[in-house]
Design a protein around this ligand. Structure first.
Ligand code: 6PG
Length: 250
């Protein structure tokens, strides 16, 4: 039996009523997964995403019961992508994560690893981040470093992380982190590649609101970057609110 909630999306699909329910459901799931990883490995390695939907998840995690229940000190925090702006710029994914989560829970600062996408030599910054991942995490399927969980938002054009349609970053097969180019500002990015995302134990894609219908249909027809998110030895989960699920049917 399929567990796609009748959506046709690949993986396990959770459809909930509202954006607030989506934050709640994904926070419950993430706290469970982090606890399982802590029990099994002694730490939880997660890659955060930018975007407004992931932000609501972060904010929910800072409320009860999660703020007290999660073993924050065992979290190791990475980023799936970053924009080429300084870390204190409001457009920075790191800045967003600090404001909405990292500064509000007892995560150990040394265990938070921002991507230095603002560096002039972005290729070097990407290579250093890839080396950090490879030095910290065991290799997963395909040889890429294996995170316990990669969180992603979905762009209206079907991008995930900063893997934009028609860009070389999307076709990368040998490197774990590369410079990427977005189709809206800030254009320059650093991003996980598909091999890195697909080596994760869990990949969760959070989708809220009525604007993502084309992107979601593109996942089903295999025509957008998000369609290529298929964890090799892991689980793909989608968290949709009702508006997002309804937008697929229009
Ligand atoms: C970025 C993000 C990007 C984002 C999606 C969805 O840096 O821009 O990582 O991939 O997650 O564009 O964003 P929303 O949830 O705001 O629609």
């Amino acid at each position: 039996m399929s567990d796609d909630a009748g959506t046709g999306l690949p993986g396990v699909v959770h459809v909930v009523a509202t954006a607030a329910d989506l934050a709640d459901e994904s926070a419950s799931w993430l706290s469970r997964v982090s606890e399982e990883a802590r029990e099994e490995h002694g730490f939880f390695a997660v890659a955060l995403s930018g975007g407004s939907t992931p932000r609501r998840l972060h904010e929910r995690l800072t409320g009860l019961p999660f703020v007290d229940a999660v073993a924050w000190a065992e979290w190791m925090v990475f980023f799936g992508d970053e924009r080429a702006v300084p870390p204190d710029d409001p457009q920075s994914n790191y800045h967003m994560a600090c404001e909405s989560l990292l500064s509000r829970v007892p995560i150990i600062p040394e265990r938070v690893h921002p991507m230095e996408a603002e560096r002039v030599d972005r290729a070097a910054a990407a290579a250093e981040y890839a080396a950090l991942l490879a030095d910290t995490l065991p290799p997963g399927p395909g040889g890429a470093p294996r995170l316990h969980c990669t969180l992603l938002g979905l762009g209206e054009n079907g991008h995930v992380a900063s893997l934009f349609p028609g860009t070389p970053a999307l076709e990368e097969t040998r490197r774990w982190v590369v410079p990427g180019v977005a189709d809206y500002a800030p254009f320059d990015r650093l991003t996980f590649t598909l091999p890195t995302i697909n080596a994760s134990e869990f990949v969760a894609i959070l989708v809220s609101g009525g604007a993502k219908g084309d992107a979601l249909r593109g996942v089903i027809s295999g025509t957008v970057p998000a369609a290529r998110v298929r964890p090799k030895d892991g689980t793909l989960l989608w968290f949709l609110d009702e508006e997002a699920a309804a937008s697929m049917r229009r």
